[in-house]
Design a protein around this ligand. Structure first.
Ligand code: HEC
Length: 238
């Protein structure tokens, strides 16, 4: 099972516990006539909170591991995810500490609880939601339009190597096919198929991956024709 799928499943359960916590608390505090027993609801709320924390911990660890691997090359989406997730953790801790130790502030607890839910929902949507949408809508590669009149650009593998080392190496080994964050790219063009999508290992398909990545790889849309040619020249000698 892929790393991202595990994260998504954990996150889905996390969101489910947040929903259960919110619904139980809303029913206790917001409904005029109470059909369910407030004691049971309180219990449901507490248990949901505990499971939420239990699920949050592995997600934090997976998130930190990803961050350590990717560093400053994180995509904009990943940055939003990290910032919102940090916000969620701080608000969650505040809320729990008010409920446990600082009861004078108890009137803030419901608002903080709603914020935790909202943050959880947003973080989930921009990550697992994105993953699901990308997986479901994965379209077959579109053939690139050929620009017949553009002069042939000759790539320089040395330039490509230095570009690779700063932009790709953090996720792709150059000297093995072993997986790092993405598949190892040794022998990329010597193999018949690309390692992740299984598309034919052609220059067009690698360009396509750079501009419109299959799944979670950040896209490299601002590359010049020369930079792409250099990079391809380097990838060809791996
Ligand atoms: C943040 C990590 C990350 C960075 C940086 C990154 N990649 Fe990737 N790459 C991935 C992941 C993950 C995959 C698996 C497919 C996906 O998520 O799009 C992948 C897949 C690929 C594939 C296989 C595509 C296929 O069709 O099978 C190629 C080729 C590739 N990357 C090239 C590059 C090049 C070249 C660079 C540098 C310009 C680069 N990647 C930068 C994570 C990264």
């Amino acid at each position: 099972m892929s790393f991202f799928l595990i994260k998504s499943i954990l996150a889905l359960f996390l969101l489910a516990t947040a929903v259960s916590a919110v619904i139980s608390m809303f029913t206790i505090m917001g409904k005029a006539e109470k059909k369910a027993d407030p004691k049971t609801l309180r219990k449901i709320h507490k248990i949901s909170g505990r499971i939420f924390l239990l699920l949050l911990l592995p997600l934090i660890i997976l998130g930190l591991r990803h961050w350590a691997n990717v560093g400053d090359q994180a995509s904009l989406r990943a940055v939003f995810h990290a910032v919102l997730a940090l916000g969620l953790i701080v608000i969650f801790l505040l809320k729990v500490s008010i409920v446990k130790f600082y009861k004078q502030f108890l009137r803030f607890a419901p608002v903080l609880g709603m914020l935790v839910f909202s943050f959880a929902f947003v973080v989930f949507s921009i990550s697992a939601g994105y993953y699901a949408v990308r997986t479901l809508s994965a379209s077959p590669p579109q053939p690139e339009e050929r620009q017949m009149d553009s002069p042939e650009i000759v790539g320089n593998a040395d330039q490509g190597a230095s570009f690779y080392n700063t932009n790709c190496l953090s996720c792709h080994h150059a000297d093995s096919e072993e997986k790092k964050l993405g598949p190892g790219l040794k022998g990329l063009f010597k193999n018949e198929k690309l390692p992740h999508t299984g598309r034919p290992a052609t220059v067009e398909n690698v360009k396509q991956q750079l501009i419109r990545p299959a799944l979670v790889m950040p896209s490299f849309t601002k590359l010049t024709e020369q930079e792409i040619a250099d990079l391809i020249a380097y990838l060809k000698i791996l």
